[in-house]
Ligand binder design. Structure first.
Ligand code: ZN
Length: 248
């Protein structure tokens, strides 16, 4: 998910993965813990925070690895609802990227999450535990272990990892600004209609976000309703500003 980068704090956690500098803003832990308030107890809450941390980190590493393939020196920041992989020094070159390379960078985040989910699923199948796959709104696909594996807490952790990587990946692929899918949709629209692509991608973003917000609220997910309602409003505002600055 693309967001602005927050200022450094004394409570930041800094480390490196695969050579990329990673910074975790304290707000990340707070927001993730608040989202996990429906967990049955403190141990489950800790596992939830650990699963989201791993899922978001792997997602941003996906973006960062493909950025590095394209000659950038990215860094990763985790905060709030998600994370950010910045292009790093020489970031102006971002504009020189071809649309397909930008699409590749955008898809690499959800793609890395799906890859982690596939490895976990392969482990479950090979260990004989098996998988339960179900379709359902509003998050689409739900994958869980079919039986307990290595104790109840480990089973819960595996379940949460699958939820975070699959659900976070699918949501991020929706053609909504500023999600990864929104960036992909913008590039595709711009290639198809260079003059009017941005406007069409904003209209699509508004409709898709509004649809998910309504779906979320009617299915009892207050969180999805608020989040996607906010994103729909953001697309609407951007569209208004964009149309008032049109040269014709
Ligand atoms: Zn992303």
């Amino acid at each position: 998910m693309l967001l602005g980068e927050p200022p450094s704090t004394q409570a930041d956690l800094n480390f490196r993965v695969l050579g990329f500098p990673v910074r975790v803003h304290p707000f990340f832990w707070i927001v993730v813990a608040l989202l996990g308030m429906n967990m049955p107890d403190a141990r489950a809450l800790v596992l939830w925070v650990a699963a989201v941390f791993l899922g978001v980190l792997v997602h941003e590493l996906g973006h960062a690895v493909v950025m590095r393939w394209n000659g950038f020196y990215p860094s990763i920041t985790l905060y709030g609802l998600g994370g950010l992989a910045s292009y790093g020094p020489g970031a102006n070159a971002e504009r020189s990227l071809t649309p397909w390379r930008q699409i590749g960078i955008s898809l690499a985040g959800p793609g890395a999450g799906f890859l982690l989910a596939a490895v976990v699923c392969a482990g479950l199948v090979l260990s004989g535990t098996g998988l339960v796959v179900s379709w359902g709104l509003p998050l689409g696909l739900n994958v869980s272990p079919a039986a307990q594996i290595g104790g109840p807490l480990f089973t819960l952790f595996i379940d949460l990892i699958l939820f975070v990587t699959v659900a976070y990946g699918i949501l991020n692929l929706m053609p909504i600004y500023p999600l990864d899918g929104g960036q992909v949709a913008r590039e595709l629209f711009l290639m198809a209609m260079p003059r009017d692509g941005i406007r069409h991608s904003l209209i699509l973003s508004m409709i898709a976000a509004g649809g998910i917000a309504v779906l979320g609220l009617t299915r009892g997910s207050f969180f999805l309703g608020i989040l996607f309602g906010y994103l729909a409003l953001g697309s609407y505002n951007t569209l208004q500003r964009y149309q008032s600055h049109r040269p014709w």
